[in-house]
Design a binder for this molecule. Structure first.
Ligand SMILES: [Zn+2]
Length: 627
C-alpha cells in the first residue's frame, strides 16, 4: 500500500470545509428561506463529493526521500496549494507499489536525482514499468544535485549563461499565453543547459541551448527543467513587485506544467481581461499629449480599452463634448477615481479621520461629476503617486469603493507589512484588511510580465501617463499590438467591469463550481447550458464587518468562519448574477473639514501640475525633437 510515508494534502479537504457550513443546517446564519433547500444541497454535496473523489486521480505526487520533502519539494508543494491542486508525498519505493490504483491520472513531480533512480528502477522491474505506463500521466523534473545522473537522462552542458530566453510556439496547449514569448537577457540565472537532441522537444531555450524540454521515458511524457531551484512563493518581495524576467527558470517551467497538467482541476480565471489606465487627465479635448478623439479611433482600430484615472478635484472642469464621447463609447472609455485632490501622499496617511474625510469628499465629487455630466464612474481607487497606507485600505473598504488598483503593493506605513510572491501572484492582493488591491504595470515591464500575470489568472492592467502618447501614440499602439498578438486573446473591459469579473474558479462537479471572490462586487456568469451552483468564498478576517450579501438585488444567506465568508448562488444556463457585499457603516470615524489654507494649496498644486503636463512637457518635447 501507499503507506505511512505519505503526507496527505488534498484540495478535497478544502472543499469539505467550504461546504461544511451548509451541511450544518442550523448553524447557517441569515434567512429561513435557505433552510428548505438544505436537503437539495446535501444531495448535491454527495454527488459532488463522488465527482471530487474521481478528481483525485488527477492528484500530484511529490517524490521525497525517507526524511521527507526537500526544500525544493516543499516549494513545489506551496505552488500546488496555491493553484488548489491535491498532492501527496511518496517515497520512491512506495510509488507504483499499489496494484489497485486505477486510471492514469497521477502527475509526478521530482528532482532529476529521484527521476534517474526511478528510471533505473523501471528498467529492472517490468511490472513496475507496466504500472508506470498505466498510472502515470506525466512527470515534471527539476535539476537535482547529481549532474552525472541528470546527464544520463539528457545530455547537459555547463553554464553559466545570461542570454535571453525564447518560449516555443510549437506547443500551444502546453505553453498557453506564454507561447512564442521572448524574454530579455538577465543576470546569470542559468547554470546548466541541455544539449539539443532529436528525441526531445524544446519548450524554453536560451542562446546556449534548451533549458526546459519535453521527452518520453518508458512511454510517459516528462518535462525537464535545467533549473535547480523552484520559486518559494512565501518569499518576501522587498519592493513588492514580481518581475518574471528575474525568475525565468524557477517560475515559468513549474507554473506552465501545473497549469497544463491540472487544467481541469486547478484554480483559473474565467476570462483574460485587460484595460489601459491613463493617470491624471482632465476630460478636455486634449490633455498633454492625449487627444481623446484620436485615442478613440486608435482603440477602435487596434482593439483595446482605456480607463482615465480621474482626479475628483477636477469634477467641475470636464468638457461636455468629451464626457459625451465617453458616455457614447462605454466599451472603450471609462473613468475611475484617482485620489481626491491629488495632493502629496494624500492616501498615505495613518490618520483615519483625515482619510475618511478625503474618501467621502472624493466620492461626493465623483457623484457631483456624474450628476453634472451623466458620465458614471467605476468605484475603483487608483492611488495618486501609488501611495497608500493600511489605514487607507481599511477606510476605502468601508465606503462605496469595490477595489483599488496600484503599481506599488507595499504600503507607505513606517513599518509596512511584507508582501510575498504569493500575495502578488494572486488575482488581487488581499493582505490589506481583505480589501482587494489589483496590480498594474508600465509597458516597459515587457509583454512577458503581462503574459505571465495572465497565465497566473491576474487581469492585465497597463498604466501610462500622457507623455507616453507624445509620438501620436505610436509606441503605445506597438505595445498594444504585441499584447493583442498573445497566443490567448485578451478581452478589453472598463476597469470596473474588469474588477467585477476578476476571480478564480474551479469545477467541483459538472454542476458545482467553486469561486474565490476578490473585489466587493463580482459578476458570476454561467456560460454553460445547464443550471449551476456556485460556491463563492471570499477572504475576510473580520466577518462581523459584513452587513449583507446581495445576489442580483436579493439578499442571500452567508456564513463566516476561519478568515473567510462563503455563500452559494444558483445561476441558470446563459445567465449571470452580480454579487455585492454591503459592509456596516463606518460609524466610529468622524470627518474632518478642510481649512481654507489647505484649499488654496491644493488649487495651486493642481494648476501647476496641469501647466507642467500641457505646456512644459509639450514644449520640452518639441525642442528635444529639434523643432
Ligand atoms: Zn496621478
Amino acid at each position: 500500500m501507499l503507506g505511512a510515508s505519505f503526507l496527505r494534502k488534498t484540495s478535497l479537504h478544502d472543499y469539505a470545509f467550504t461546504i461544511a457550513p451548509f451541511e450544518r443546517g442550523g448553524a447557517i446564519q441569515g434567512h429561513a428561506r435557505f433552510g428548505c433547500r438544505a436537503q437539495a444541497v446535501l444531495k448535491r454535496i454527495s454527488y459532488s463529493l463522488a465527482f471530487s473523489i474521481s478528481l483525485l486521480n488527477e492528484e500530484a505526487i511529490l517524490l521525497s526521500g525517507s526524511d521527507g520533502l526537500s526544500s525544493q519539494g516543499r516549494n513545489l508543494a506551496k505552488l500546488l496549494d496555491f493553484f488548489g491542486v491535491s498532492w501527496r508525498a511518496s517515497t520512491l519505493p512506495a510509488l507504483l507499489s499499489d496494484q489497485n490504483i486505477n486510471g492514469s491520472g497521477l502527475r509526478v513531480l521530482c528532482s532529476s536525482d529521484h527521476f534517474a533512480a526511478l528510471i533505473a528502477d523501471l528498467s529492472r522491474d517490468s511490472d513496475r514499468a507496466r504500472r508506470w505506463r498505466e498510472q502515470i500521466h506525466s512527470v515534471f523534473v527539476y535539476a537535482g544535485d547529481d549532474i552525472a545522473a541528470l546527464d544520463k537522462l539528457v545530455k547537459t552542458r555547463p553554464g553559466p549563461c545570461s542570454g535571453g530566453f525564447a518560449i516555443s510556439d510549437k506547443l500551444p496547449e502546453f505553453c498557453g499565453i506564454m507561447c512564442g514569448i521572448r524574454i530579455g537577457e538577465d543576470d546569470s540565472q542559468v547554470n546548466l543547459v541541455f544539449a539539443a537532441q532529436e528525441q526531445s522537444t524544446e519548450i524554453i531555450s536560451s542562446d546556449r541551448g534548451p533549458v526546459f524540454l519535453k521527452r518520453e521515458y518508458e512511454g510517459v511524457p516528462a518535462f525537464l527543467s535545467s533549473g535547480a531551484r523552484i520559486i518559494d512563493i512565501e518569499d518576501d518581495l522587498p519592493d513588492g513587485i514580481f518581475d518574471v524576467r528575474h525568475h525565468v527558470l524557477e517560475a515559468i517551467p513549474p507554473v506552465l506544467y501545473l497549469k497544463w497538467a491540472f487544467a481541469a482541476t486547478c484554480w483559473s480565471a474565467p476570462e483574460r481581461s485587460g484595460c489601459l489606465v491613463i493617470d491624471d487627465p482632465l476630460l478636455r479635448p486634449t490633455y498633454g499629449f492625449v487627444d481623446f478623439r484620436e485615442l478613440l479611433s486608435l482603440m477602435r482600430r487596434y482593439k483595446f480599452s482605456t480607463n482615465i484615472a480621474f482626479i475628483p478635484w477636477n469634477w467641475r472642469r470636464s468638457d461636455s463634448g468629451v464626457t459625451r464621447l465617453f458616455r457614447e463609447n462605454p466599451e472603450y472609455y471609462s473613468i475611475s477615481v484617482h485620489g481626491c485632490a491629488h495632493t502629496r501622499a494624500e492616501f498615505g496617511s495613518a490618520d483615519s479621520e483625515h482619510l475618511y474625510a478625503k474618501t467621502r469628499q472624493a466620492l461626493e465629487r465623483m457623484d457631483q461629476h456624474a450628476a453634472a455630466t451623466g458620465l458614471a464612474h467605476d468605484r475603483v481607487m487608483v492611488f495618486p503617486q501609488g501611495v497608500f497606507s493600511e489605514a487607507a485600505m481599511r477606510i476605502l473598504k468601508r465606503t462605496d469603493f469595490i477595489a483599488a488598483v496600484n503599481n506599488d503593493t507595499v504600503s507607505f506605513d513606517r513599518n509596512p507589512r511584507p508582501i510575498t510572491v504569493a500575495d502578488v501572484w494572486d488575482t488581487a492582493i488581499m493582505a490589506y484588511d481583505n480589501f482587494a488591491l489589483f496590480t498594474r504595470r508600465y509597458p516597459w515591464s515587457g509583454v512577458e510580465n503581462f503574459a505571465f500575470d495572465s497565465l497566473l489568472g491576474k487581469p492585465v492592467i497597463i498604466v501610462i501617463h500622457h507623455g507616453f502618447c507624445r509620438d501620436h501614440c505610436i509606441q503605445l499602439i506597438e505595445f498594444m499590438e504585441r499584447l493583442n498578438a498573445l497566443a490567448c486573446p485578451l478581452i478589453w473591459r472598463s476597469l470596473g467591469e474588469l474588477v467585477k469579473r476578476s476571480c478564480r474558479q474551479r469545477a467541483l462537479s459538472p454542476d458545482v463550481t467553486q469561486i474565490e471572490m476578490y473585489g466587493k462586487e463580482l459578476l458570476v456568469e454561467n456560460l454553460s447550458d445547464r443550471t449551476k451552483q456556485f460556491l463563492v468564498r471570499r477572504r475576510e478576517s473580520n466577518p462581523s464587518l459584513i452587513n449583507e450579501v446581495f445576489a442580483g438585488g436579493r439578499h442571500i444567506a452567508w456564513n463566516g468562519s476561519d478568515d473567510q465568508i462563503q455563500f452559494e448562488v444558483e445561476v441558470r444556463a446563459g445567465e449571470n448574477v452580480t454579487i455585492r457585499l454591503h459592509l456596516h457603516e463606518l460609524g466610529e470615524v468622524k470627518e474632518r473639514v478642510e481649512n481654507l489654507n489647505d484649499k488654496a494649496r491644493t488649487m495651486l498644486r493642481r494648476y501647476l501640475c496641469e501647466l507642467r503636463d500641457n505646456y512644459f512637457h509639450k514644449l520640452t518635447s518639441l525642442s528635444s525633437n529639434g523643432h
